[in-house]
Design a protein around this ligand. Structure first.
Ligand code: SER
Length: 368
């Protein structure tokens, strides 16, 4: 299944379940002092969760452009070294604002993954929140029981607050979550070591694909949890990882989300990509990842600069350039030459890329 079909199937599935499909919010956040970049699909709905704004729609779904480069949710220096973390990524999400809750979120996640996308259920694991004394929270036995309809108990795992209590940042909406992980290893590897031992263990082929968050609290500046007026659902599925699973690959970079960019980088540099840990392959992964972050940020109006969000973009761009010069033999600017490939690949889902193609190219070229 191509990445375009995968994205569309997600949106069609939730539209059929009466969700309104909305556009991605900008990746660059202008109106929230706690956040520079959108780091999750739920950011644009923060005020609805907190009860400060009422949504016309009780159910929404979309694909959201996210950027995780610093702070709570990622580390720039790791990106490109492994095969499944990114700076910019798409998060497929469905939301309920005080409408459906755990049962529907879990039932529909299963239906979509197994019946619609055709993932092998034997490769799936679910994790649930084990509870936490410091926050005075019990284990999520409700989610655990709901998963028992679909999964044997040995593939339902309890996990701690770090993995199974999702928070947007130090403050803000939060709640226990239930994650779905997929084991993409070979049958022989799966027979020799059970996947349950590798869930949440940084294994590149046993990865989280979908996080179902049951938003019920607001984390206050004091660190205390305050109950929200209503209960909400916030789900986020890693689009690139889902494509990896559906395309039978073991690296996000081997999917058609990245392969056009990787071919272009190889053409420009004369270095072929061998999907290994070689420095040249790391460099190609770094560049194919970073060009997406930079292009999307510029199309959202954030140009590289020396402070704040602009400085983050500048650092990402420089990291891409440095890898290209150090390991792929580039002697002049090359990143701007990737924009036509990116716009052709993603411009239908994100028209801003096509509309701003000239500006994006010019800004990158000047920086280079
Ligand atoms: N907010 C959750 C996450 O980012 C689910 O969307 O994982």
């Amino acid at each position: 299944m191509t990445s375009k079909e995968t994205r569309q199937k997600f949106l069609d599935f939730f539209e059929e379940k009466n969700h309104r499909i909305v556009a991605s919010a900008p990746m660059v956040v202008k109106d929230d002092p706690t956040l520079m970049f959108t780091n999750a699909g739920m950011n644009q709905f923060k005020d609805i969760f907190l009860g400060n704004r009422v949504s016309k729609d009780l159910r929404i779904a979309d694909t959201q452009k996210c950027l995780r480069v610093s702070g709570k949710h990622n580390d720039l220096e790791e990106v490109g070294v492994d095969t499944y973390h990114h700076t910019m990524f798409e998060m497929l999400g469905n939301w309920s604002f005080g409408d459906y809750f755990k049962k529907e979120a879990i039932d529909w996640a299963w239906e979509l993954l197994v019946d619609v996308y055709g993932l092998n259920p034997e490769r799936l694991y679910a994790t649930v929140f084990e509870g936490d004394n410091s926050d005075k929270l019990d284990a999520d036995t409700e989610a655990e029981e709901l998963w028992q309809q679909y999964l044997p108990t040995e593939r339902i795992l309890r996990a701690n607050k770090k993995d199974n209590f999702w928070e947007m940042g130090d403050q803000g909406p939060c709640g226990p979550c239930s994650e779905i992980h997929v084991d993409l290893r070979s049958d022989a590897d799966r027979a020799s070591k059970p996947g349950r031992d590798l869930v949440n263990a940084d294994h590149p082929q046993v990865v989280e694909i979908w996080n179902l968050v049951f938003i019920q609290f607001n984390r206050k500046a004091s660190g205390l949890l305050e109950g929200l007026p209503a209960k909400h659902v916030d789900t986020g599925m890693g689009f690139e990882r889902l494509c990896m699973a559906l395309q039978g690959k073991t690296s996000n970079y081997d999917t058609d989300v990245f392969s056009p960019l990787i071919s272009k980088i190889s053409d420009l540099s004369g270095v072929s990509y061998t999907a290994s840990d070689n420095q040249t392959d790391v460099a190609i992964r770094v560049i194919s990842d970073h060009i997406r972050a930079i292009a999307f940020a510029i199309s959202d109006g954030q140009i590289p600069s020396n402070s704040g969000a602009g400085y983050v973009i500048k650092r990402i761009l420089r990291r891409g350039i440095r890898y290209g010069y150090s390991f792929l033999g580039f002697k002049e600017g090359f990143m701007h030459k990737l924009i036509p490939t990116l716009a052709a690949q993603m411009g239908d889902a994100f028209p801003e890329l096509k509309k701003q193609q000239e500006l994006i190219t010019r800004v990158i070229q000047e920086e280079e």
